[in-house]
Design a protein around this ligand. Structure first.
Ligand code: AMP
Ligand code: MG
Length: 474
């Protein structure tokens, strides 16, 4: 019997030029690797039904669940700053939306076969990027950072050809929506003001019901992105491909390709093997977010009223991003230092610690966590740099009204002990290629409680284990 899912299809009811109806392409031997039972239950789905043969067939794309109207979304985007007039779901289909509470969630299969937007790609994903996205997106969620989620991973029994033949897999991804800055760009670039208006109304109804018009929408997306990127910075996350087609208007982290959590801190750190010029380096992420938001503003211009005044007002709004981001960044890093109040010199205090960490190559996660448990100094090869800073920090803490326990509790919840470190993800993938999924499950379980110092997952890589590049998730 075909799996039945309580799906609504509001995106499928938008005008035809927003998507192409597309069923997934069946695979040879679907087999369940992982099912996120907690998430399934949060969505009101029955984990038992999803794990049954009919459920797995649907999660692999071999059957279309009752209630789904599968489609591939069209969008455009700036990739590494270069304009690409047409992209779209080249290896994914949206099955529909699940209503849970007052929100609705897209259910998308990624790696489900070719679509009209596949260009030269095969529409497939191999096991490595599927497991990486599963682990990293669920870790992100456990860290309290807005993100798409992973509902399930299945192996396909088919071979995917990359540099070498690799086992194929399909990820079931859950998101507030898959609407991107690039979705607006696609219609704006075609002079289709009517579609921009329809999309704007759809996004407002779905994500920002308090917004009265596209101005409010732009304002809300700027806020959401300022908050999101500040939170990324706070956990040392590098997205890796902040193209406009990989920026969600719902403010979630989306499209985990060559992303990484940093080990040794450096503001210029880049992981993506395709980011030759460091466009998406750690410290550049806020500037890139502002640049992407300027593209969103440009795309909304056709519906923002008289052009000249609209350009002025939109430009002024984009220019508020640095201040909004700066406020959020300060809030995030004050928490990491255990500071409950604001003082003028706080940005300098935080910057001074980061500079010293960069100079020494100190581990990002363990240094901040060490502020809580007293091991920060041990993260430095030349600890005097830390000692000098610590004196200033202690003096600053003395001036807080909050007592030591309150400060330390704040530090604990603001500084995770474990993050999905790259070398561990690589080890998980290597084991999975030998059909051993135990390391994947162990890592996934540990990452659910990132503030508990699980002894098996705290350590940074040995010199020989350092991963210097991550590859695009194709
Ligand atoms: P990404 O860099 O993963 O955000 O993808 C950029 C574009 O390439 C999107 O339109 C994807 O759908 C498409 N794409 C990526 N990988 C594949 C693939 N294996 N087959 C078809 N299209 C792909
Ligand atoms: Mg993408």
């Amino acid at each position: 019997m075909t799996l039945s899912l309580p799906l609504d299809n509001s995106y499928a009811r938008l005008p035809q030029r927003f998507f192409t109806p597309q069923v997934p392409t069946p695979v040879s031997r679907p087999s369940l690797i992982a099912l996120n039972e907690d998430l399934a239950r949060d969505l009101g789905l029955d984990p038992g039904a999803l794990a049954s043969p009919d459920g797995v067939a649907a999660l692999a794309g071999n059957t279309v669940p009752d209630g789904a109207r599968p489609l591939a979304q069209v969008y455009a985007g700036h990739q590494f700053g270069g304009w690409v007039p047409q992209l779209g779901d080249g290896r994914a289909v949206l099955l529909g939306e699940i209503a849970a509470g007052d929100a609705r969630y897209d259910l998308q299969l990624k790696g489900s076969g070719p679509t009209p937007y596949s260009r030269r790609g095969d529409g497939r994903a191999w096991l490595g990027p599927v497991l990486r996205e599963y682990l990293v997106s669920e870790a992100m969620h456990a860290l309290g950072i807005p993100t798409t989620r992973a509902l399930a991973a299945v192996s396909t029994g088919d071979v995917v050809r990359r540099e070498r033949p690799l086992p194929g897999a399909v990820l079931s991804r859950v998101a507030r929506s898959h609407i991107r800055v690039g979705t607006f760009q696609y219609f704006a670039a075609r002079g289709d003001a009517e579609a921009v208006q329809v999309l704007s109304d759809h996004v407002i109804a779905r994500h920002y019901p308090d917004a009265r018009d596209a101005w409010d929408l732009l304002d809300a997306v700027i806020d959401a992105q300022a908050d999101l990127v500040a939170r990324w910075m706070g956990v040392g996350f590098i997205h890796g491909v902040m193209n406009t087609d990989n920026m969600s208007v719902a403010g979630e982290t989306i499209d985990y390709g060559p992303c990484a959590f940093m080990d040794a801190y450096h503001p210029d750190r880049v992981f993506s093997s395709i980011d030759q010029f460091g466009r998406y380096a750690y410290a550049r992420q806020p500037d890139i977010a502002a640049w992407n938001l300027a593209q969103l503003a440009s795309s909304l211009l056709p519906i923002l009223g008289e052009e000249r005044t609209a350009i002025e007002r939109a430009t002024a709004m984009i220019h508020t991003f640095p201040a909004r981001f700066g406020d959020r960044w300060l809030a995030v890093f004050r928490g990491k230092l255990g500071l409950t109040e604001a003082e003028d010199g706080d940005a300098d205090l935080i910057g001074s610690l980061l500079d010293r960490m960069a100079g020494d190559g100190a581990d990002f996660t363990l240094t901040f966590r060490g502020l809580f448990d007293g091991t920060a100094r041990a993260q430095f090869t030349a600890p005097e740099a830390f000692d000098q800073w610590e004196e200033v920090w202690n003096a600053r803490r003395e001036r807080e009204k909050a007592d030591d326990d309150t400060q330390r509790a704040l530090m604990r919840r603001s500084n995770p002990a474990i993050i999905p470190r790259n070398h561990r993800i690589e080890a998980v993938i290597a084991a999975a290629l030998e059909s051993d999924f135990a390391p994947f499950h162990a890592m996934h379980a540990a990452l659910k409680a990132p503030h508990d110092a699980h002894p098996d997952f705290v350590a940074p890589p040995e010199a020989s284990q350092v991963v210097t590049a991550t590859f695009c998730g194709t």
